[in-house]
Design a protein around this ligand. Structure first.
Ligand code: CR1
Length: 838
């Protein structure tokens, strides 16, 4: 059905085109209108929640206009688009970002003040959109911001989880998970009830010859579930370009509603079917860097990938181009292996539904996809059991077998003498049961594979994907070092610092070209500048100290050194080493005379992060941190010299308060385990120094800011394997300082030692896989250097200024430009000037 308005009637449309506000008065009028009509409330009944809702709706009206025009412009231009497929988008709050990006923050601030509200209070009403676990999901969110800001025609595709990552509560020192029902009021999403895709599961595959004698393959029977699109506008900074994030929600297919059951009075069981369908998009799996191989997760993956590809293919077909042009119009980036089924689904669409020959289809497929690897941890590499897969997606399994067959044939031709190679690189692992290795499938089906920091990209080429570098050649493998958006992670999180930088660099252009920060270098010896710089850090620490007071009841001294480690709790990230170091510090303080204590630099050790609900060891680490806190924080001998804080429910909006308040932050993973890390970038960009291992992006941060401005310690990635080997086959000599820490734990200093037995014995008795003991001495010594350095505040401030001035490289804009040029081959679509002015 033609839905377009005929030409003669379009005049009326143009005349009454929605515009949204353009000045403060209009903004206020819109807010009041939304309070009174959309929300059906009044000035006698308008709390901050209602003001948030109305302000968001007013903002949104303006955003939508830009968004619609951007989509029209992209359709009209008919150029290449990027599709970023990610099972996680850790967006955080949208209102502040929307105001900033469309340039309406001052208007909103003054307008809200006229109406009786402080903008900060209104912003903090918003519930985080927490559809992700950690770095991988937040990276996807930063990428969306950069793609829109760089005017790159791009769509994000994900799942609309009813429950995002759980809310963490700390009860008696233990983590308790509470479901995060976040959709009560979400003004940023638009349900598209007209965009519905049927997704099929289970069923049977049949092969037969049709009347023309052609082989036909059909997949039918089974169960059908509907995917409904929900769209979220993604505004670019200082551009009208507003991209789209499309999230799919599941519901029972209307045709599938079982009338048989219904008529026979089995109403309850037909409702149960309905609920089963809705379960697919109900909840985000709360694991970071861990694969559990659950059937429902595979269902999520196929549901999301199939709906997204249907959408992408439908859009391509509207252009009436030949299939060979598909990869000139479409670049699909796989954020980790979670969407790898997209490779198989596109091949299926092309051969089964569109009738292309295998080779022609496969060449289109491989030109279309790029795959980003985010981890080398074996427990995170996705594998699906063949029997489980066979049952759920029988046709896809056949296609995977064919992909593997043709792939192994080429390998055999190229390396005829290497029989074992075939088994090593086979997409099917010959185990019991057989397993599908998703990373191998992703490599075989993509034209580019990238890691996320230099060391990580080197590691994947020399370890887990070594054979594939030989097979496909080194050009198929590349590095794109991660980045972060300076809009959220500098300007929004740290408005005063951003303002100071703007005053010295000639405005906010650095938010679009972060290398402009270089200009700060000339102020490293400027007294006045340094004073302001230090005052801003102090104010940010006061803000965090208030948050600590209200959430934990503990008073911390903002003049103390704030030492922060916030990230998912994981053995490889080594929060256990941090808390052992804190215990070591506590024991040292206890052993000191009052005179000696006076010379010590006071420190606040701050932790935050969620443990996966099933990750018992990580939960034990949280418990230990809290137990140490309750002892240390109440010890009169210690006073302000040491405080230990665990911040509940670390998330994006809390990070915006925490990150600007660090003096030191910890990025201390066992070398070779943290693919990149991105909070390291955020902390340095906000004028904090870091203590870290030679791992992930720490290495490139060092290269950029200079080794005098970072506290590096510990063994190198190249030595890890030998050290582990030595633990297993030789005597493992426990570091003496660590031994004292363990003695204190075993003496029940922090409550029942039994609770922490597993943490200790992992190191003492079970091979110390993460090399905590090997790195402990170097860690403690380096922490002592931090204490020393902090005493010279003048020098410390200079280091932080130099560091910030050299962080331009870590903008996600640089990163997205690299993807656009080296992987996607896509050009920006810059709006016309008149469009920019509204
Ligand atoms: C890595 O652990 C990296 C992010 C984003 C994570 C982290 O070091 O910064 O990805 N990997 O690239 C991950 O979640 C499943 O793998």
């Amino acid at each position: 059905v033609e839905a377009s308005i005929p030409e003669p009637q379009r005049e009326a449309w143009k005349k009454f085109q929605a515009k949204g506000f353009t000045n403060k008065e209009e903004f206020e009028r819109e807010v009041v209108r939304h309070v009174e009509t959309t929300l059906a409330r009044s000035m006698f009944n308008c709390d901050e929640t209602a003001a948030y809702a109305a302000a968001s709706l007013a903002l949104r009206d303006r955003l939508i206009t830009q968004w619609n025009r951007t989509q029209q412009r992209q359709t009209f231009a008919d150029g290449k688009r990027v599709y970023y497929l990610s099972l996680e988008f850790l967006m955080g709050r949208a209102l502040d970002n929307a105001m900033l990006n469309i340039g309406a923050k001052d208007i909103a601030k003054d307008g809200l003040a006229d109406l009786g509200f402080r903008i900060e209070d209104i912003i903090s009403q918003e519930h985080d959109a927490a559809l992700g676990n950690g770095g991988l999901g937040r990276l996807a969110a930063c990428f969306l911001d950069s793609m829109a800001s760089l005017n790159i025609p791009a769509w994000g595709y994900g799942l609309r989880y009813r429950y995002g990552i759980f809310k963490q509560e700390i009860v008696d020192g233990y983590q308790v998970e509470v479901p995060d029902y976040w959709l009560d009021f979400n003004p940023w999403e638009f349900p598209r009830h007209d965009i519905v895709v049927d997704i099929q599961f289970y069923g049977n595959v049949r092969k037969y010859q049709n009347e023309q004698g052609k082989n036909v393959i059909t997949w039918d029977g089974g169960e059908v579930v509907q995917a409904v699109a929900y769209d979220v506008p993604i505004p670019g900074y200082d551009t009208v370009s507003t991209n789209n994030m499309r999230l799919w929600s599941s519901k029972a297919a209307s045709g599938e509603f079982d009338f048989q059951k219904f008529n026979s009075g089995d109403y309850e069981s037909s409702v149960a079917d309905q609920q089963r369908a809705e379960t697919i998009s109900a909840v985000l799996y709360p694991n970071d860097n861990l694969d559990r191989g659950k059937e429902l997760r595979l269902k999520q993956q196929y549901f999301w990938v199939a709906a997204s590809l249907y959408d992408i293919v439908r859009r391509f077909k509207k252009s009436k181009r030949a299939w060979v042009e598909f990869s000139d119009q479409v670049a699909i980036q796989l954020n980790d292996t979670h969407p790898t089924l997209a490779i198989v689904e596109l091949q299926r669409i092309l051969i089964d539904l569109e009738g292309l020959e295998w080779d022609e289809a496969w060449s289109i497929v491989t030109k279309t996809f790029g795959y980003t690897n985010h981890t080398v941890l074996p427990e995170a590499l996705e594998k699906w059991s063949v029997p489980l897969f066979q049952n759920l997606l029988p046709r896809h399994l056949q296609i995977i077998y064919d992909i593997n067959l043709y792939f192994l044939q080429t390998v055999e031709r190229k390396f005829p003498k290497e029989r074992e190679l075939l088994g090593r690189v086979s997409i099917i692992e010959e185990s019991q049961p057989k397993m599908i290795r998703m990373a191998y499938l992703a490599i075989v089906g993509s034209h580019k594979v990238n890691g996320v920091a230099e060391l990580h990209s080197d590691l994947i080429k020399t370890t887990i994907f070594k054979d594939f570098v030989r097979i496909f050649g080194p050009d198929n493998f590349t590095n794109v070092t991660n980045g972060i958006t300076p809009r959220r992670w500098l300007h929004q999180a740290n408005p005063r610092l951003s303002e100071l930088i703007a005053s010295k660099t000639g405005g906010l252009d650095f938010l679009k070209d972060l290398n402009i920060l270089n200009e700060l270098e000339k102020f490293v010896d400027d007294k006045e500048f340094k004073k302001e710089w230090a005052e801003i850090k102090y104010a940010n620490k006061v803000r965090l100290a208030k948050h600590i007071k209200t959430t934990t009841g503990v008073t911390v001294n903002p003049s103390a050194l704030f030492d922060i480690q916030v990230k998912r709790i994981h053995e490889y990230k080594r929060q256990q080493m941090n808390i052992f170091g804190v215990i070591h510090r506590y024991l040292t303080i206890k052993a000191m005379t009052p005179e000696e204590r006076k010379k010590l630099a006071p420190r606040v050790s701050i932790f935050g992060g969620k443990a996966a609900p099933g990750y018992w060891m990580a939960k034990t680490i949280i418990h230990l941190i809290n137990q140490v806190g309750s002892v240390v924080n109440n010890d009169k001998d210690v006073g302000d010299l040491l405080k230990v804080i665990f911040l509940e429910d670390y998330n994006v909006s809390k990070a915006e308060i925490i990150v600007p308040a660090s003096d030191i932050s910890e990025h201390i993973s066992t070398a070779g385990t943290e693919a990149s890390g991105t909070s390291n970038m955020k902390f340095v960009l906000n004028g904090g120094l870091i203590i870290g291992t030679c791992d992930g992006a720490n290495i490139e941060i060092t290269r950029e800011i200079g080794e005098n401005n970072i506290f590096l310690f510990g063994n190198l990635a190249e030595d890890v394997e030998d050290l582990r080997h030595a633990h297993t086959y030789g005597a493992h000599n426990l570091d003496p300082d660590l031994a004292k820490v363990f003695d204190a734990i075993k003496a029940n200093t922090f409550g029942d030692a039994g609770s922490f037995g597993a943490l200790v014995s992992a190191i003492e008795d079970h091979g110390d896989y993460y090399l905590v003991s090997d790195d402990f001495h170097s860690y403690i010594q380096t922490q002592a250097l931090v204490d020393e350095a902090y005493k010279d505040q003048d020098e410390w401030v200079s280091k932080t200024i130099l560091s910030v001035s050299r962080m331009g490289f870590f903008s996600s804009d640089r990163c997205i430009n690299e993807y656009a040029e080296t992987i996607w081959n896509v050009e920006p679509l810059v709006p016309e000037p008149q469009e920019r002015n509204g």
